[in-house]
Design a binder for this molecule. Sequence first.
Ligand code: ZN
Ligand code: ZN
Ligand code: FE
Length: 755
Amino acid sequence: MMQQAEIVLRGIVQGVGFRPFVKRTALKHNIKGLVENREFGVKIVAQADKETIEKFLDDILKNAPDVSTILSSQIEFIESYDKEFTTFSIAPSRKEGNVSALIPPDIATCDICSQEVMDSGDRHFSYPFTNCTNCGPRFSIIQSIPYDRTNTTMKKFIMCEDCKREYTTVADRRYHAQPNACPKCGPELRFVEIIDKEPTIIAMRQEALDTTIDILRKGKIVAIKGIGGYHLVCDAKNKDVVDTLRQLKHRPQKPFALMARDLEVVQEYCQLSSQEEKMLSGQQKPIVLLQKKNQELEHIAPGVKNLGFMLPYTPLHYLIFRHFHLLIFTSGNISEEALENRDLSAYEHLSRITKYYLTYNREIFNRIDDSIVTYVGNQRILIRKARGFIPKPIKLDEMQVMPQIFAAGADMKGSFGLTKHDIFLGSQYLGDLGFASNSEFYEESLGYFKSIFGMEPEVVIADAHPNYFSTQFAKEYASEKELPIHYLQHHEAHIYSVMAEHNLQKALGISFDGTGYGNDGQIWGGECFIVDKNHVERFSHLAYKPLISGEKVAQEPWRMALIYLHSCCPDKIGRLIPASKFPQRDLLVHQLERAHTGIMTSSIGRLFDAVASILDVCHYNTYEGEAPMKLEALVDVTYADSYGYEISNGIIDPTNMINEIVEDFIRKKPVEIIASRFHFTIARMIYDLCKKMSAVSNIRDVAISGGVFQNSVLIHILKNLFADTEYIVHFNENVPPNDAGIALGQAYSCLLKEN
Ligand code: ZN
Ligand code: ZN
Ligand code: FE
């Protein structure tokens, strides 16, 4: 029987290509009716039989555009209705009253806009700022709400007659496209060269683009202003310029992100799954880490398994890629400092690296870096959550008491979060808050989020680390506003972040990372917890080792190797850590002999470092995670055999494993086999720990988080090992497993406390 349904969807459903998507879906299901934008979100009127309408709604909820977020859906069936629809159409917007306060993330250029830019007959031909209702800058240009042109950095550009017509015509695909622009009225390119320390405009518009292409072809580096900040761009195949960039950016080994013309170019170098292909070419256009299939770009990412690729996501990128196949597109910043988004600051700070700038006369209001994503089968791991993903909200479990929370996050990968009712809004990736430019960015961004989403925190939660910037900041914030403040142990927060994503109240927590402040004042990082709402029991942890030479241990894996060898098999030190190669060795051995009272660590991250150094894979981390990533690259995931270890009295003792690894290595067993066996051992260890924890708690949900689980090979092995067991293994999917995911865990723990 024919019925009519009214469907109401709330969330980020406007300005993200939602109505055309609904129309396509309706046509697929042969549904008649209409879709319209309303002040509360989107309203759909659907006519068909009940079952068809339900399938249609299901399809919408499952396959909504990547950059949209549906926070709630309501459906109401009406049996008698007057109007019979003969088609499915997009109705004119009707907005009355308050517009929803959520704003969309930046959206990669859509197919139609990119075609117009390439079409010499179109008025947008070769115009780098072309956009429409379904694509273009959003978060990066929105200064305040409601999201209208006057509240964006497009304000100063007055629309020409043609643009205004598009903007005001209901049937036009640029209807209400706030950043709408054309060569006549919109932002324009300029090519700036620093001459005698003075930034000098040497070309405008098309000529600026032509000059850029020319300079890139000559093997130079150009700083190019993008959506959320500057990129440093150069020819990826020109080894000389790549070397120069490495020297100037102080990145001797760290992989660079690549932008490729299209999927075909990516396929020359990497294997692509359908998931990866979809993510590469979707609306979010993050950097996707893909497995290398040959060694051709080894100079871009030496010694690691993956290459990071993205595809063009602005018309400017498309225009540049008419002339190139492959370019380095790395963040325009100095080492770990904040991404440059303002012209004058970029000219000043990036002038150490280049004197050439392709910029334009529209301000980037919110700086936001490229996101980084990787896949293990169908499972997505967010490594860096920023452009295209922020400010998408995460829905929390509805609880009795829902105070507004400010969760301060952690320092190494800064990202705070705010909650309002059942919505969590996380900030973009803010970098290492140890750098002044990043901590300023943190404060700036917090002010923005609070004002734009109308949030006034009532309770504060921060990491228990006494010296974190974020903790200090939260403390001051709470005392200034006279708010209650909670502190949460770092690794517990990692576990709560997974529990928040999967609505768990109880879990077995495996929290492995590089470093975090422990409840006993030691440096933790190999922690297993039984979590029951607010009650956390530290069930087990990796055996403590003395953390001599402080910060340097994390930078120089050979030191950690020495620490392990000294405790497991001191007679092998001479062989594996020769004084000729490591002149400070004996001083360290001497310190170890006396180190019984200093700081101790249970970090699994450091254990990966130690093994990488013992195997002569990497002795110095020139970037965070280098040693573990180079170790990961050697692993054959099908290898399933483990080394020995002991778990007793809450201590995981890897002594047997270290001894066996050393023996294997000295006997010249291939390092690939040793590395594989090491990874399998860590997975096996996790499984054993779960068995022990579930025996005393009866919990079967396992929450796995922490920086170690950015390792997709380890996740792959874990998934195989846990398949067909009684355990349900949960990972982070919507926040990174690294410290940028901490704020969500803090917020969730705070909610559990309050309820
Ligand atoms: Zn478009
Ligand atoms: Zn115009
Ligand atoms: Fe951590």
